[in-house]
Ligand binder design. Sequence first.
Ligand code: SF4
Length: 187
Amino acid sequence: MRYSKIREMDVSNGEGLGVSLFVQGCHFHCRGCFNPETWDFSGGKEWTKKAKDTFIEIAGKPYIKRISILGGEPLCDENAPEVLEIINELKHLYPSKKIWLYTGYSFEDLYNKNILSDNLAVNQILKIKHKIIESIDYLVDGQFQLENQDLYNEHIIWAGSTNQRIIHVPATLSNSKIQLYNPKQEL
Ligand code: SF4
């Protein structure tokens, strides 16, 4: 995997003060994307052990309450295996810190167990994506839609257009129904 940057003190991509990892590479190419430099899979920097250790160390600071993974696209086939690896490590080291993940896919596209196929390689990557979903706290899903003025709103928090949902993943999985996160209402 490659990555674009690590933002050490991030207040925009999730609730509270967090650290954000922007992975490199995205197939969606949404018009108006706030990070087009992350589209090229050969751009950015190599995700080395040193980079991972740096990210893990920053995530462990006591004032960091939230860890966000975005991009680029964390859940494309190219990035998902290493994203799962880092999430597993973060959860093991910092079980109380909330993990946010931003994706251009919809929750339904990602977490549909019926789409498992006879192709072993396809199934393997789908299972990796399912494990990622089952490990995170919040999923901001859907592509950014600048051209649709009904959906674009520069004032919404934690997302770019109103089609993007902030999904409370543990509540969604336990209810088998999408549960949106409402910061004023503890689920
Ligand atoms: S999915 Fe995200 S990173 Fe990819 S083009 Fe759309 S807004 Fe940009």
